[in-house]
Every structure is written in structure tokens, then in C-alpha cells.
Ligand binder design. Structure first.
Ligand SMILES: [Fe+2]
Ligand SMILES: [Fe+2]
Length: 187
């Protein structure tokens, strides 16, 4: 650890994480987030799997599987400790997906829009602080961010905003995402 302390000595304050620790946190939280995303779509498909929305949900789920696989590989190759909270996101992701789907297709889509808006912000912030030494990771994040925005647009095209109580539902889900992100970076 001590050799990394000087990497960013210029603007590091005592107690600040090193550049390497910051990147490890990014990989940890992104892995957790993509895991949760996959579980949300699984929960939605458990309820809506026999409806005419199943195909589009499976399309989004397949992209989340790819995101998850990519971050799982990064966790392995860079020896990042995965979050200890995966069992929680396993349950919470599925529950969020199934509960919103049980409220109806529009609520399921409202869930997707809220989650993807939170992830868009999150990935934008990560991408902005990654330099040329992490160009590959930055490109991966930007590529996934574009797909998350596609998911958001699918949600909007499927009348997410017509969900009764849309604004409140959206606010609650986004707040939950922010808490999940904050704890999954470190725990
Ligand atoms: Fe994703
Ligand atoms: Fe997504």
C-alpha cells in the first residue's frame, strides 16, 4: 500500500483515498450496480414474463448481463474485493423489480427510468474523473452509460411518466439507488 501513497501526492490530503483505491471503489460499486440491475429485470420478468413487454425486458436484461460480466471480470483481474452486500442487492433488486411490475407495466418502466437516470449520473461522474491511464475503463463506462440511457428511453417510450404517483415513485427509487451506490463503494 505504501508505494501507492505517492501516486497522487500533489493534490492528496492525508486520509484521502489513493488513485488506485478510487478505481477499485468504482469497479466495486459498478459491479454491485450491474448485479442489482440484472436482478431488477429478473424480478420484472417474473411478473411480466408472459406479457407483450417480455421481449423488451429480456433485451435490457441481456445488456445488464453483459455489463455484469464485464465488471465481474474486472473484479477478478484487478483483484478488487467485491461488495459484501451482494446478497442484499440480490434480494432488493429482485424485490424492486417484482414490486414495481406488480403495480403494472408503467410502474415497472418508471422504475427503469429512475434507476437508469441515477446510473447515468453515476457513470458520468466516474467517467469525468478517469484519466488517460484508465482510458479502457472509461470507455467501458461510457459504452454502458449509452445503453443505460437506451433503457431509460425505452421506459419513457412505454409511458413510465403516466404511472400514478410517478414523481414520488421516481424520487424514492433514485434516493434508494444513491444510498446503494454510496454504501457499495466501501462496504
Ligand atoms: Fe447496466
Ligand atoms: Fe440498465
Amino acid at each position: 500500500m505504501s508505494e501507492t501513497v505517492f501516486e497522487t501526492a500533489g493534490d492528496r490530503m492525508p486520509g484521502d483515498p489513493t488513485a488506485r483505491q478510487l478505481v477499485e471503489r468504482m469497479i466495486r460499486v459498478d459491479h454491485a450496480g450491474e448485479y442489482g440491475a440484472k436482478r431488477i429485470y429478473q424480478g420484472q420478468l417474473a411478473v411480466l414474463g408472459r406479457t407483450d413487454k417480455a421481449e423488451i425486458l429480456r433485451h435490457m436484461q441481456a445488456q445488464e448481463e453483459h455489463h455484469l460480466k464485464t465488471f465481474a471480470d474486472l473484479v477478478a483481474t484487478r483483484r478488487v474485493r467485491p461488495t459484501a452486500l451482494l446478497p442484499l442487492w440480490h434480494l432488493a433488486g429482485f424485490a424492486l423489480g417484482a414490486a414495481t411490475a406488480a403495480m403494472g407495466v408503467r410502474a415497472a418502466m418508471a422504475c427503469t427510468v429512475a434507476v437508469e437516470e441515477a446510473i447515468d449520473e453515476h457513470y458520468s461522474a466516474q467517467s469525468a474523473v478517469l484519466g488517460e491511464d484508465e482510458a479502457a475503463l472509461r470507455n467501458t463506462i461510457e459504452e454502458f452509460r449509452a445503453e443505460e440511457l437506451e433503457h431509460r428511453d425505452i421506459g419513457l417510450a412505454n409511458e413510465a411518466e403516466l404511472t400514478p404517483g410517478y414523481r414520488l415513485l421516481s424520487r424514492v427509487i433514485k434516493a434508494g439507488c444513491k444510498v446503494a451506490i454510496a454504501v457499495s463503494e466501501r462496504v
